[in-house]
Design a protein around this ligand. Structure first.
Ligand code: SF4
Ligand code: SF4
Length: 319
Protein backbone atom coordinates (compact mmCIF):
# COMPACT_ATOMS: atom_id res chain seq x y z
CA UNK A 1 0.00 0.00 0.00
CA UNK A 2 1.39 3.43 -0.87
CA UNK A 3 1.77 6.16 1.69
CA UNK A 4 0.40 9.55 0.57
CA UNK A 5 3.06 11.32 2.63
CA UNK A 6 5.79 9.45 0.88
CA UNK A 7 6.22 11.65 -2.20
CA UNK A 8 9.12 10.21 -4.13
CA UNK A 9 9.10 13.22 -6.47
CA UNK A 10 9.83 15.55 -3.53
CA UNK A 11 13.00 17.56 -4.08
CA UNK A 12 15.92 16.44 -1.96
CA UNK A 13 18.78 18.56 -0.76
CA UNK A 14 22.18 18.08 -2.46
CA UNK A 15 23.55 16.31 0.61
CA UNK A 16 20.60 13.91 0.67
CA UNK A 17 21.02 13.33 -3.04
CA UNK A 18 24.67 12.42 -2.57
CA UNK A 19 23.84 10.17 0.39
CA UNK A 20 21.13 8.43 -1.65
CA UNK A 21 23.52 7.91 -4.55
CA UNK A 22 26.18 6.54 -2.22
CA UNK A 23 23.66 4.21 -0.60
CA UNK A 24 22.58 2.97 -4.04
CA UNK A 25 26.21 2.41 -5.04
CA UNK A 26 26.81 0.50 -1.83
CA UNK A 27 23.81 -1.69 -2.51
CA UNK A 28 25.13 -2.39 -6.01
CA UNK A 29 28.47 -3.35 -4.49
CA UNK A 30 26.95 -5.85 -2.08
CA UNK A 31 27.64 -9.49 -2.50
CA UNK A 32 25.23 -11.79 -0.75
CA UNK A 33 25.82 -15.44 0.10
CA UNK A 34 23.44 -17.91 1.68
CA UNK A 35 25.50 -20.02 4.06
CA UNK A 36 22.95 -22.43 5.55
CA UNK A 37 19.95 -23.22 3.46
CA UNK A 38 19.21 -26.95 3.67
CA UNK A 39 16.71 -26.91 0.80
CA UNK A 40 16.32 -29.63 -1.79
CA UNK A 41 15.93 -27.38 -4.81
CA UNK A 42 18.79 -25.39 -6.25
CA UNK A 43 16.42 -22.94 -7.98
CA UNK A 44 15.78 -21.16 -4.68
CA UNK A 45 11.99 -21.61 -5.02
CA UNK A 46 11.17 -22.20 -1.33
CA UNK A 47 13.48 -19.49 0.02
CA UNK A 48 11.41 -16.44 0.91
CA UNK A 49 13.19 -13.32 -0.36
CA UNK A 50 12.89 -11.38 2.90
CA UNK A 51 15.91 -10.64 5.08
CA UNK A 52 14.99 -11.24 8.71
CA UNK A 53 16.55 -9.46 11.67
CA UNK A 54 16.92 -11.02 15.15
CA UNK A 55 13.75 -9.33 16.40
CA UNK A 56 11.57 -10.36 13.44
CA UNK A 57 8.80 -12.83 14.29
CA UNK A 58 7.67 -15.95 12.46
CA UNK A 59 5.33 -18.89 13.12
CA UNK A 60 6.77 -22.37 13.51
CA UNK A 61 6.59 -25.34 15.81
CA UNK A 62 8.43 -28.59 15.27
CA UNK A 63 7.56 -31.54 17.53
CA UNK A 64 6.91 -35.25 17.41
CA UNK A 65 3.21 -34.84 16.60
CA UNK A 66 3.60 -32.82 13.41
CA UNK A 67 2.50 -34.95 10.44
CA UNK A 68 5.85 -34.31 8.72
CA UNK A 69 8.00 -35.54 11.64
CA UNK A 70 11.49 -36.25 10.16
CA UNK A 71 10.42 -35.33 6.59
CA UNK A 72 13.24 -32.79 6.42
CA UNK A 73 15.80 -35.57 7.09
CA UNK A 74 15.28 -37.07 3.62
CA UNK A 75 17.07 -35.79 0.55
CA UNK A 76 18.27 -32.63 2.29
CA UNK A 77 21.31 -30.66 1.21
CA UNK A 78 23.38 -30.53 4.42
CA UNK A 79 26.84 -29.04 4.05
CA UNK A 80 28.91 -29.81 7.13
CA UNK A 81 30.90 -27.04 8.73
CA UNK A 82 34.20 -27.81 10.49
CA UNK A 83 32.56 -27.50 13.92
CA UNK A 84 29.64 -29.74 12.83
CA UNK A 85 32.17 -32.46 12.06
CA UNK A 86 33.92 -32.05 15.44
CA UNK A 87 30.60 -32.43 17.26
CA UNK A 88 29.35 -35.34 15.16
CA UNK A 89 32.54 -37.40 15.35
CA UNK A 90 32.61 -36.75 19.13
CA UNK A 91 28.99 -37.87 19.47
CA UNK A 92 29.64 -41.06 17.50
CA UNK A 93 33.06 -41.70 19.08
CA UNK A 94 34.69 -42.10 15.69
CA UNK A 95 38.00 -40.90 14.27
CA UNK A 96 37.33 -38.15 11.70
CA UNK A 97 38.36 -40.25 8.70
CA UNK A 98 35.95 -43.03 9.63
CA UNK A 99 33.09 -40.57 10.22
CA UNK A 100 33.68 -38.95 6.82
CA UNK A 101 33.82 -42.30 5.02
CA UNK A 102 30.66 -43.64 6.65
CA UNK A 103 28.34 -40.63 6.57
CA UNK A 104 29.50 -38.03 4.05
CA UNK A 105 30.49 -37.37 0.46
CA UNK A 106 32.64 -34.57 -0.88
CA UNK A 107 31.29 -31.91 -3.19
CA UNK A 108 32.09 -28.40 -4.40
CA UNK A 109 30.21 -25.57 -2.73
CA UNK A 110 29.03 -23.76 -5.86
CA UNK A 111 29.02 -20.27 -4.38
CA UNK A 112 32.68 -20.32 -3.39
CA UNK A 113 34.08 -23.10 -5.59
CA UNK A 114 35.65 -24.65 -2.46
CA UNK A 115 35.43 -28.36 -1.56
CA UNK A 116 33.11 -29.33 1.29
CA UNK A 117 31.74 -32.47 2.95
CA UNK A 118 27.98 -33.09 2.86
CA UNK A 119 25.80 -35.57 4.71
CA UNK A 120 24.95 -38.62 2.62
CA UNK A 121 21.19 -39.02 2.08
CA UNK A 122 20.85 -42.63 0.92
CA UNK A 123 22.68 -44.06 -2.10
CA UNK A 124 20.96 -41.67 -4.56
CA UNK A 125 20.95 -38.55 -2.37
CA UNK A 126 17.16 -38.64 -2.05
CA UNK A 127 16.83 -41.09 0.83
CA UNK A 128 17.12 -40.84 4.59
CA UNK A 129 20.07 -39.19 6.30
CA UNK A 130 22.46 -41.87 7.55
CA UNK A 131 22.07 -40.46 11.06
CA UNK A 132 18.28 -40.86 11.16
CA UNK A 133 16.46 -43.58 13.06
CA UNK A 134 13.00 -43.63 11.49
CA UNK A 135 11.33 -44.42 14.83
CA UNK A 136 13.45 -42.45 17.29
CA UNK A 137 14.37 -39.51 15.02
CA UNK A 138 17.80 -37.93 14.79
CA UNK A 139 20.34 -40.17 16.54
CA UNK A 140 22.77 -37.29 17.05
CA UNK A 141 20.21 -34.65 18.05
CA UNK A 142 22.36 -33.01 20.76
CA UNK A 143 25.15 -32.58 18.21
CA UNK A 144 23.15 -32.13 15.00
CA UNK A 145 24.75 -29.95 12.31
CA UNK A 146 24.21 -26.21 11.84
CA UNK A 147 21.93 -26.60 8.82
CA UNK A 148 19.62 -28.92 10.80
CA UNK A 149 19.55 -26.50 13.74
CA UNK A 150 18.73 -23.58 11.48
CA UNK A 151 16.05 -25.32 9.39
CA UNK A 152 13.60 -23.92 8.33
CA UNK A 153 15.55 -20.73 8.82
CA UNK A 154 18.59 -20.05 6.70
CA UNK A 155 21.64 -17.90 7.37
CA UNK A 156 22.98 -15.50 4.80
CA UNK A 157 25.74 -12.92 4.90
CA UNK A 158 26.30 -9.75 2.94
CA UNK A 159 29.70 -8.34 2.26
CA UNK A 160 29.61 -4.60 1.69
CA UNK A 161 32.41 -3.20 -0.38
CA UNK A 162 33.78 0.12 0.85
CA UNK A 163 32.06 -0.20 4.24
CA UNK A 164 33.76 1.16 7.36
CA UNK A 165 36.22 -1.13 9.11
CA UNK A 166 34.44 -3.69 11.26
CA UNK A 167 31.15 -3.22 9.39
CA UNK A 168 31.99 -4.93 6.10
CA UNK A 169 29.89 -8.00 6.90
CA UNK A 170 26.30 -8.32 7.94
CA UNK A 171 24.51 -11.55 8.76
CA UNK A 172 20.81 -11.98 8.11
CA UNK A 173 18.25 -14.79 8.19
CA UNK A 174 15.55 -15.92 5.81
CA UNK A 175 12.72 -18.41 5.93
CA UNK A 176 12.74 -21.60 3.86
CA UNK A 177 9.14 -22.58 3.19
CA UNK A 178 9.01 -26.01 1.61
CA UNK A 179 5.56 -27.61 1.17
CA UNK A 180 6.45 -30.72 3.21
CA UNK A 181 7.16 -28.68 6.37
CA UNK A 182 3.87 -28.43 8.27
CA UNK A 183 5.55 -26.68 11.20
CA UNK A 184 4.79 -23.39 9.44
CA UNK A 185 1.05 -24.02 9.98
CA UNK A 186 1.46 -24.21 13.77
CA UNK A 187 0.65 -21.20 15.90
CA UNK A 188 3.83 -20.84 17.92
CA UNK A 189 5.11 -17.33 17.31
CA UNK A 190 8.75 -16.58 18.03
CA UNK A 191 11.49 -14.19 17.08
CA UNK A 192 14.54 -15.20 15.10
CA UNK A 193 16.66 -14.56 18.22
CA UNK A 194 14.45 -16.85 20.36
CA UNK A 195 14.63 -19.60 17.74
CA UNK A 196 18.43 -19.31 17.57
CA UNK A 197 18.71 -19.65 21.36
CA UNK A 198 16.31 -22.60 21.49
CA UNK A 199 18.25 -24.39 18.77
CA UNK A 200 21.68 -23.78 20.37
CA UNK A 201 23.02 -22.09 17.25
CA UNK A 202 25.29 -19.51 18.92
CA UNK A 203 28.37 -21.69 19.66
CA UNK A 204 28.19 -23.14 16.16
CA UNK A 205 28.25 -19.71 14.51
CA UNK A 206 31.08 -18.60 16.80
CA UNK A 207 33.23 -21.65 16.11
CA UNK A 208 32.56 -21.56 12.36
CA UNK A 209 33.16 -17.82 11.92
CA UNK A 210 36.62 -18.20 10.32
CA UNK A 211 35.30 -20.82 7.88
CA UNK A 212 32.27 -18.66 6.99
CA UNK A 213 34.57 -15.67 6.40
CA UNK A 214 36.66 -17.71 3.97
CA UNK A 215 33.60 -19.01 2.12
CA UNK A 216 32.23 -15.45 1.90
CA UNK A 217 35.46 -14.01 0.60
CA UNK A 218 35.84 -16.70 -2.04
CA UNK A 219 32.20 -16.31 -3.08
CA UNK A 220 32.61 -12.58 -3.61
CA UNK A 221 35.97 -13.03 -5.36
CA UNK A 222 34.72 -15.86 -7.52
CA UNK A 223 33.19 -13.26 -9.81
CA UNK A 224 36.68 -11.95 -10.60
CA UNK A 225 38.33 -15.39 -10.73
CA UNK A 226 39.71 -15.87 -7.21
CA UNK A 227 42.15 -13.89 -5.04
CA UNK A 228 43.98 -11.25 -7.08
CA UNK A 229 42.04 -12.47 -10.11
CA UNK A 230 43.56 -15.98 -10.01
CA UNK A 231 41.88 -19.27 -9.21
CA UNK A 232 43.25 -21.10 -6.17
CA UNK A 233 45.70 -23.93 -6.82
CA UNK A 234 44.51 -27.51 -6.33
CA UNK A 235 46.97 -27.80 -3.44
CA UNK A 236 45.40 -24.82 -1.64
CA UNK A 237 41.94 -26.31 -2.14
CA UNK A 238 43.19 -29.60 -0.67
CA UNK A 239 44.58 -27.72 2.36
CA UNK A 240 41.23 -25.98 2.79
CA UNK A 241 39.43 -29.33 2.67
CA UNK A 242 41.84 -30.89 5.18
CA UNK A 243 41.37 -28.10 7.75
CA UNK A 244 37.59 -27.94 7.16
CA UNK A 245 36.87 -31.63 7.42
CA UNK A 246 39.66 -33.60 9.06
CA UNK A 247 41.11 -32.12 12.22
CA UNK A 248 43.04 -35.34 12.95
CA UNK A 249 44.86 -35.06 9.62
CA UNK A 250 45.54 -31.34 10.19
CA UNK A 251 47.06 -32.17 13.60
CA UNK A 252 49.37 -34.74 11.97
CA UNK A 253 50.32 -32.06 9.43
CA UNK A 254 51.07 -29.41 12.09
CA UNK A 255 53.19 -31.71 14.24
CA UNK A 256 54.69 -33.90 11.49
CA UNK A 257 55.80 -31.24 9.01
CA UNK A 258 57.88 -28.03 9.19
CA UNK A 259 54.76 -26.05 10.11
CA UNK A 260 55.96 -25.11 13.61
CA UNK A 261 59.46 -24.28 12.28
CA UNK A 262 57.86 -21.96 9.71
CA UNK A 263 55.16 -20.19 11.72
CA UNK A 264 55.45 -18.63 15.16
CA UNK A 265 52.99 -20.21 17.60
CA UNK A 266 53.30 -19.57 21.35
CA UNK A 267 54.54 -22.53 23.43
CA UNK A 268 51.35 -22.65 25.52
CA UNK A 269 49.25 -22.80 22.34
CA UNK A 270 51.43 -25.55 20.89
CA UNK A 271 50.78 -27.65 24.00
CA UNK A 272 47.04 -27.00 23.67
CA UNK A 273 47.00 -27.97 20.00
CA UNK A 274 48.11 -31.52 20.91
CA UNK A 275 44.67 -32.31 22.33
CA UNK A 276 42.28 -29.41 21.76
CA UNK A 277 40.43 -29.79 18.44
CA UNK A 278 38.70 -26.41 18.73
CA UNK A 279 42.00 -24.55 19.20
CA UNK A 280 43.42 -26.45 16.24
CA UNK A 281 40.47 -25.39 14.07
CA UNK A 282 41.02 -21.73 14.91
CA UNK A 283 44.72 -22.07 14.02
CA UNK A 284 43.65 -23.73 10.76
CA UNK A 285 41.36 -20.84 9.81
CA UNK A 286 44.09 -18.29 10.61
CA UNK A 287 46.60 -20.25 8.53
CA UNK A 288 44.18 -20.55 5.58
CA UNK A 289 43.39 -16.83 5.64
CA UNK A 290 47.11 -16.13 5.50
CA UNK A 291 47.83 -18.61 2.70
CA UNK A 292 44.72 -17.81 0.64
CA UNK A 293 44.37 -14.06 1.11
CA UNK A 294 47.70 -12.97 2.58
CA UNK A 295 45.96 -11.75 5.75
CA UNK A 296 48.25 -11.14 8.75
CA UNK A 297 46.51 -13.80 10.83
CA UNK A 298 49.64 -15.86 11.57
CA UNK A 299 53.31 -14.83 11.66
CA UNK A 300 56.30 -16.40 9.97
CA UNK A 301 59.24 -17.07 12.30
CA UNK A 302 61.86 -14.33 12.16
CA UNK A 303 64.53 -16.49 10.47
CA UNK A 304 62.02 -17.73 7.85
CA UNK A 305 60.91 -14.17 7.15
CA UNK A 306 64.51 -12.93 6.83
CA UNK A 307 65.36 -15.80 4.47
CA UNK A 308 62.26 -15.01 2.36
CA UNK A 309 63.23 -11.31 2.17
CA UNK A 310 66.82 -12.19 1.18
CA UNK A 311 65.52 -14.58 -1.48
CA UNK A 312 63.20 -11.95 -2.93
CA UNK A 313 65.97 -9.36 -2.93
CA UNK A 314 68.25 -11.82 -4.72
CA UNK A 315 65.57 -12.51 -7.34
CA UNK A 316 65.14 -8.76 -7.87
CA UNK A 317 68.92 -8.31 -8.18
CA UNK A 318 69.14 -5.98 -5.16
CA UNK A 319 72.47 -5.63 -3.28
S1 SF4 B 1 21.74 -34.99 11.21
FE1 SF4 B 1 19.83 -35.47 12.28
S2 SF4 B 1 18.55 -33.66 11.99
FE2 SF4 B 1 20.17 -33.54 10.45
S3 SF4 B 1 19.35 -34.50 8.61
FE3 SF4 B 1 20.44 -36.09 9.75
S4 SF4 B 1 18.91 -37.08 11.04
FE4 SF4 B 1 18.04 -35.11 10.34
S1 SF4 C 1 9.58 -30.72 8.13
FE1 SF4 C 1 9.41 -28.91 9.46
S2 SF4 C 1 7.94 -29.38 11.08
FE2 SF4 C 1 8.42 -31.29 9.99
S3 SF4 C 1 10.02 -32.21 11.28
FE3 SF4 C 1 11.09 -30.99 9.72
S4 SF4 C 1 11.35 -28.92 10.61
FE4 SF4 C 1 9.87 -30.04 11.87
Amino acid sequence: MSDKNDDSSEAIAPDDSRAAREAAERLMAESEVNIFEGVRQEDGGPVLPVRLKPEDMFCLSCHRDVPCWNACCYGADVTLTPYDILRLKGNLGLPTREFLERYTYSDIWPRSGLPVAKLQMGADGKGACGLLDEEAGCTVYADRPSTCRYYPLGLGAIKLKDAEEGQEKMDFHFLVKEPHCKGHDEEKLQSVAQFRTEQGIEPYDRMNRGWIDIQMKMASWKTIGGPQGRDLSEQTKRMFFMVSTDVDEFRRFVFGSKFLDTYYVEDATVALLQTDDEALLQLGFDWLKNVMFNEPTISLRKNVLQAAIARTRGELGAV
